[in-house]
Design a protein around this ligand. Structure first.
Ligand code: SF4
Length: 271
C-alpha cells in the first residue's frame, strides 16, 4: 500500500461492536491530540447521504461528479462512485493532515492487506478461529461484546487495553515511516530486502542498519548528482554511470571541447 498514514481496520459481522470500537478509539486518541479520519462501508444497497430532490442531488443528476456541499458547519464531497471504485490507495487524498485513518468494514480489502492494523470483532470462539486463520498482517486485538476468554478483549471493560494496543501500533508505524523517509525509495533490493519498506521494518526491528542500504552507502562516491529544486534525487551507481558517460559524450561532441573524463560538469535546466 499506499500511504505513510497508518490505517486501522475494524472488521466483524453485523452487531459485533465495530462502531463502538471506532467511537472508543477515536474519542480516546483525539483527546491525546491525534487527528483521525474514518471511513465506513455502508452495507445497504443504493444508500446515499444525498436525498432525492435536494439541490446537490439535482446537480449530480445533471451530470456533476463530485458534488461539493458547503454549509456553515461542514463541507461534504459527494463522489458518485460506489464501493467498486473505492481504494485504500486513494483514501488519503480525501483525508489530508490526519495522523491515522480508521475503517469500519471493508473486510475484503483489509483482511489480506498486511499494512492495515486489524481490530477483529467476534461474537463467538468460532468467529475468532476463523479470523485468526484468515487475517494477514498485524492484529491489534480481538474484541467482543461478550466474555469469550483470552486473548479476546471485552469492548467496554477492556477499552483502555484496546486503545493502548492501537497506540502501540500507530507509534510503530510512525517510526517505520520516519525510517522510510530517510531511505532512497529505489526498491533496488540490494540490501537483501524486497523493498525499502521491508528494509525500514527490518531497521525498526534492529535487524538491519542504514549502512546496509547500498545506494546510500555509495552516494558520496557517485560521480553524478541530480538535484531537482535543491532536492537530491537518489540514483543507483549504474544509473549514475550511464548519465555521466552520456552527458560527457554529448558535451565532448560540442565544438572546441575536449573531455579528459575528470571534469566537473554542471547542467542546469530551468523552467
Ligand atoms: S538497498 Fe536501499 S534503496 Fe535499495 S531496497 Fe534496500 S533500502 Fe531501498
Amino acid at each position: 500500500m499506499y500511504t505513510n498514514v497508518p490505517v486501522i481496520g475494524v472488521i466483524g459481522h453485523k452487531d459485533s461492536g465495530k462502531t463502538a470500537i471506532i467511537e472508543t478509539v477515536v474519542r480516546m486518541l483525539t483527546r491525546k491530540g491525534y487527528r483521525v479520519a474514518t471511513a465506513k462501508h455502508v452495507n445497504q444497497k443504493s444508500f446515499s447521504i444525498d436525498s432525492e430532490g435536494k439541490d446537490t442531488w439535482r446537480h449530480s443528476v445533471a451530470g456533476a461528479n463530485p458534488v461539493v456541499s458547503v454549509s456553515d458547519i461542514e463541507t461534504g464531497i459527494l463522489i458518485k462512485d460506489g464501493v467498486k471504485r473505492f481504494s485504500l490507495d486513494e483514501l488519503p487524498c480525501f483525508t489530508p493532515q490526519v495522523d491515522f485513518i480508521m475503517l469500519e468494514g471493508f473486510s475484503w480489502l483489509i483482511l489480506n492487506d498486511e499494512h492495515v492494523g486489524k481490530i477483529l470483532c467476534v461474537r463467538n470462539r468460532e468467529e475468532y478461529e476463523g479470523f485468526k486463520n484468515k487475517a494477514k498482517g498485524e492484529i491489534i486485538a480481538f474484541c467482543s461484546m461478550r466474555p469469550l476468554g483470552k486473548p479476546i478483549l471485552r469492548i467496554k471493560e477492556d477499552s483502555k487495553i484496546l486503545v493502548r494496543q492501537a497506540l502501540k501500533f500507530l507509534r510503530k508505524k510512525q517510526k517505520i515511516s520516519k525510517i522510510l523517509n530517510i531511505l532512497p525509495g529505489l526498491n533496488c533490493t540490494k540490501c537483501g530486502y524486497s523493498s525499502c519498506e521491508e528494509m525500514a521494518v527490518a531497521m525498526y526491528r534492529k535487524d538491519a542498519k542504514l549502512n546496509d542500504c547500498v545506494p546510500l552507502r555509495l552516494r558520496s562516491k557517485l560521480k553524478t548528482k541530480i538535484t531537482i529544486d535543491d532536492n537530491e534525487v537518489p540514483i543507483q551507481p549504474f544509473v549514475s554511470e550511464i548519465i555521466r558517460s552520456s552527458i560527457l559524450g554529448m558535451v565532448s561532441s560540442l565544438k572546441g571541447i575536449s573531455i579528459r573524463g575528470n571534469e566537473e560538469v554542471h547542467v542546469k535546466i530551468s523552467s
